[in-house]
Design a protein. Structure first.
Length: 102
């Protein structure tokens, strides 16, 4: 799963297939062009979540939520793998976009 962080407003935006999305301030954006590859523009910082790690953690957390019903038990939740995506990655392409048309 790919997301972008805008270096201007610091909002996090998930990318969708063939649907351009922008950050809160409109200076960053992106979209998937197929199931793996994405285009980003503007002040975007790409990050990724390991799909297997995230889905496994969601399943585990749902199980733990059913098991623990005491609201006084403190838990930070389950962690999963996230990573920055380097500029040289083949799965991300930086493109120029007319941000006024998003």
């Amino acid at each position: 799963m790919k997301l972008i962080i805008c270096s201007e407003c610091w909002s996090v935006t998930s990318l969708s297939l063939n649907k351009a999305k922008s950050c809160d301030c409109g200076k960053s954006g992106g979209q998937y062009v197929d199931n793996l590859n994405a285009e980003i523009w503007g002040e975007s910082i790409p990050i990724g979540f390991s799909n297997n790690s995230l889905l496994g953690t969601v399943k585990l957390q749902r199980l733990l939520d059913r098991m623990e019903t005491n609201p006084n038990v403190c838990c930070k939740g389950e962690e999963f793998t996230a990573f920055t995506i380097p500029k040289w990655a083949d799965s991300i392409k930086r493109v120029e976009k007319d941000l006024t048309k998003l």
